[in-house]
Ligand binder design. Structure first.
Ligand SMILES: Nc1nc2c(ncn2[C@@H]2O[C@H](COP(=O)(O)OP(=O)(O)OP(=O)(O)O)[C@@H](O)[C@H]2O)c(=O)[nH]1
Ligand SMILES: [Mg+2]
Length: 449
């Protein structure tokens, strides 16, 4: 193997912990470790069996730094595919810092974010889609996001993409052949079949694009806006959902001026809730600003809960109904849900969602219906896509939809079109790649990964 500069980084989060792991990878890491780490049972570290832990002393000159465990990974049987060392130190930030300094002095360089994984990719240990799955895994916040990331790590995405790619490569080969024999008048290409293959590719890609939107939503967690007239009970419901008093509540209408955003984990799903100012015509400048804040938030929300105070007189309830309808029509992109509040003192309305902040079950019921669409069984078929993959899929989609009629397209042009599709397809899994893509993928990692 050619010589690669040894890199070092802490692999566990910053701060104090029971243990902290420092990782080394590259040429000469065993020899460097031999100068600094001395196994208790004697002998050199570079001769201890690979992939077993040995305890020993880590020393800086005549100063003893720590009594860590160390593991040796012999290339190519390591995460990066290079020679690697892992030191399991006591989790004191001072020990970790001195250890890093020590290895830097001995010729290692501090790893860039994601550099370990980048090397793993370059050494064929994983493909790009898997690397991105890994980046998501590190960042995953909810159970479902975690499942999706693990699925991607398992290569599900790569399998799908390579299936697309193979079909196109096969057709391209036939086209090239046909072009070579054009004088002889051979017709090798089955245009019907090509056309139907491209159609099914297009529909598969559109499915994936839909899946991106849902997957993306799950990863960041849907944003849910609480909207309604002043005093509808938005802040009270917000607090009830969070389980503590985050927003001011008062019987005075127009209490909330600014908007407040908080996040909860509910049954494995991240949900962002936004409390906003009650919507009404007002002369108060501050309140008016709050109202425009609230309406500006509507297009940014994935769900809008429109609260109606069920203790209001019936005629007002009818007006509120109309207000709900006109708002949900005006912002037809957002999902509006009508919620009747203050059920403990209001008229009961069976057909709609209804809550009382004094009835925990009613609040949970509302949350359950909100996350129903995100529950695990609905996400089984979901595939997690990153923004980069999303961009590529969009490019492929636009090419595919521009090839309207393959039978009327001259064979030369068809070949160009197919190649244009092949390029982004290959880039998805890293079959064709360049520095830009690698940088984009791996910069999202933390140092030490
Ligand atoms: N009985 C009962 N009272 C409630 C309930 N929810 C809210 N209230 C009362 O309704 C009043 C208004 O509540 P808020 O939560 O401040 O209403 P809001 O929609 O945030 O009002 P603004 O911020 O002014 O737009 C307060 O006096 C609350 O105590 C409920 O479920 N039951
Ligand atoms: Mg409020």
């Amino acid at each position: 193997m050619s010589s690669v500069q040894p890199i070092v980084a802490r692999a566990t989060p910053l701060g104090e912990g029971a243990i902290a792991i420092v990782r080394l990878s590259g040429s000469g890491v065993f020899e460097i470790t031999d100068q600094l780490f001395f196994p208790d049972r004697g002998g050199l570290f570079s001769t201890v069996p690979e992939r077993t832990m040995s305890i020993g002393r880590l020393v800086d000159g005549d100063r003893s730094l720590d009594h860590p465990l160390a593991v040796r990974f012999q290339a190519p049987r390591s995460y990066t595919g290079e020679d690697m060392v892992e030191l399991h130190l006591h989790g004191n930030p001072l020990i970790v810092d001195s250890t890093l300094q020590l290895f830097l002095r001995k010729g290692c360089r501090l790893a860039e974010p994601g550099e370990f994984s980048r090397r793993a990719f370059l050494n064929g240990k994983m493909d790009l889609a898997q690397a991105e799955g890994l980046a998501d895994l590190i960042r995953a916040e909810s159970d479902i996001a975690l499942d999706l990331a693990q699925q991607q790590l398992g290569g599900e995405l790569s399998r799908r993409f390579s299936h697309f790619r193979h079909e196109i490569v096969d057709f391209l080969a036939l086209i090239e052949l046909e072009l070579d024999f054009v004088q002889e008048g051979y017709e090798l290409l089955d245009y019907e079949k090509l056309s139907s293959t491209l159609q099914s590719l297009l529909s598969d890609i559109r499915d994936l694009l839909v899946s991106y939107r849902t997957g993306d939503l799950l990863r960041r967690g849907p944003r849910i806006l609480l909207l309604g007239r002043p005093n509808a009970g938005k802040s009270s419901l917000f607090n009830a959902i969070l389980g503590y008093s985050r927003s001011l509540v008062s019987s005075q209408p127009g209490t909330t001026r600014d908007y407040v955003e908080e996040r909860i984990f509910y049954r494995g799903v991240v949900l962002h809730f936004l409390d906003s100012a009650g919507i009404r015509e007002t002369d108060d400048d501050l309140e008016a600003q709050g109202v425009s804040f609230a309406t500006n938030l509507i297009p940014l929300a994935d769900h809008v809960l429109y609260l109606i105070d069920s203790s209001l007189p019936e005629s007002t309830l009818a007006t509120e109904d109309n207000h709900f309808i006109s708002l949900s029509q005006k912002y037809s992109q957002s999902h509006f849900l009508k919620v009747y509040s203050k059920q403990d003192i209001g008229v009961s309305i069976d057909t709609a969602h209804s809550v009382s902040v004094f009835d925990r079950l009613s609040v949970e019921h509302l949350l359950d219906s909100l996350i129903a669409q995100y529950s695990t069984h609905k996400t089984d078929s979901l595939i997690l896509l990153t923004q980069r993959q999303h961009q590529k899929l969009l490019a492929i989609e636009s090419f595919l939809s521009s090839i309207s009629n393959v039978t009327d397209t001259p064979t030369e042009l068809l070949a160009t079109d197919l190649r244009a599709i092949l390029q982004p397809l290959s880039e998805l899994t890293g079959a064709v790649t360049n520095e830009d893509i690698l940088d984009a993928v791996f910069s999202g990692f933390c140092i030490g990964k």
